[in-house]
Design a protein around this ligand. Sequence first.
Ligand code: GLY
Length: 588
Amino acid sequence: MIRSTEIRGKFSVFFKGRGHAVVPSSSLVPSDPSVLLTTAGMQQFKPYYTGEADPVRDFGAKSVASCQKSFRTSDIDEVGDERHLTFFEMLGNFSFGGYGKREAILYAYDFITAEMGLRISYVTVFEGSSSVPRDEESAGIWKELRSDIDVRYEGMDDVFWGPTGSSGPCGPTTEIYVKNGAGEDIEVWNIVFNQFFYPGSREELLAGTPGKELKPLAQFGVDTGMGLERLAMVTQKTRTVFETDLFAPLIAALPGELPNRVQRVIADHARGSAFLLADGVRPSNKGAGYVLRRLMRRVFAYIYLHALPIGVFEKLVTAVIADYGAEYPELGTHREAILSAMRSEREQFGKTMERGMKAIAAMDAIDAKAAFDLYQSMGMTYEIVKEVGGLKARGLSRADFDREFAKHQEASRAGAEKKFGGHGLILDTGELKAGNEEELAKVTRLHTATHLLQQALKDVLGAEVSQRGSDITVERTRFDFSFPRKVLPEELKRAEDIVNAKVGEDLPMTFVEMPIEEAKKTGALYYFKEKYPERVKVYYAGTSLKSAYSREFCGGPHVTHTGVVGKFKIMKEEAVSAGIRRIRATVE
Ligand code: GLY
């Protein structure tokens, strides 16, 4: 049997041997603010397809391969059946102007047949649409590789990928199907040809939104995705992913008499929770934190309903850390934090769960409003209400529940607006605050300007300048730094001129993600008071990290080109305390 660790290893060796740089998985929490979680391997590489970033500079090659931690919330309601997962690992090879369809298909064919020893049942290719031609080329390449191969044509819904998030690269795909242990055909590999950029979301693309057209990309891109769990299922000849070595030890740690569906949900949610916690997500009522909360509470509810030992969740998460820790060291590094976050969520939910269960039992029918009340007052999540409510909740839909949730969030935002004088916040990183899209664009420009300012101050005043604080609102940036005396007006003017010159040069502003120790060696600036994770993003203004004008550890967001920052102006310089100065500045 080929074990899953061997599959990961074979995949890297195979692509390394074919000129690819092997890149570590990026965080499940993406830097792209338009997406909640990382859903595909290509996400961390988006700027390389559009030419905004240079892969040779960053990876030493035009093609890369990775095993990416991924999470899809769209499948959450299906988890528990034989196929769907929230968290999964995705193997992928990616090329940014490096190779074309022929190599992409040939590599996939060789890997599946020669390395994995599998037979391809059939492949799909794009049948064409009004704006994109039928992919005869891919069909021809497949036939050359195996003349009797079954090539099936499919449409936009199935074999056209992307874009991910609010805009991005996209294009037709060709997919490979292989039989699992039960003889069923399973899609294992999706090979995307990123030939286009779409300035909207996938929904807008499928709806044919007026004014939004596919634009050809200057370079041909390849983006492939192969779920490790499915590949393990077909190579290990099991019927479902839950019998592979990726899940079997987790399932085995649960009582055998537990219904299959419950076992699968618990195993899936334990993996998802451990990985989200390892990437710094904590249970909350919004964004990724809300997803995590729902996973964890569903497991706590099962433990209660099936009278399982209370420590079973911890046991599973500990098993995930042990099984996956070699591949993903962040699990081990954050072991204590993961377990303690689990305990505190259990304590918090434990206070109201039983009451919540009894309240559901006492109700006659549960609609969206009642379900939301159960969440508000007793922390019972949608999934729990739906399941425990059974027939009483049959009229309850996720869409209706989400609408109630959104209504409530609007109401609390209105409350917050009163409190903050008209500013409900859509972005609050601690450093940056914005109340709407327009403000977000402005604070993003100010944020990039602040990076340029820090470097300009170093240029003018010397290396002793270092950040002591930063606070950015829609009106201004406020930057505190160490410096022993008043900054002279001519020095301020020089710093201001430098920032404006860098804006004038329209430098690309991008980031690379890397282990913190490596990041420190790049000379990037970082704020000593901040607690940084194991892997950090280094934002830089310039055409390469090495030659960049400014380099800083930072979570973003930033503009993509300094040109859009606008005219930078220092308004005021003053003392904060002995040895600490403060500059307020704006952009037009
Ligand atoms: N980006 C290709 C895939 O995720 O399938």
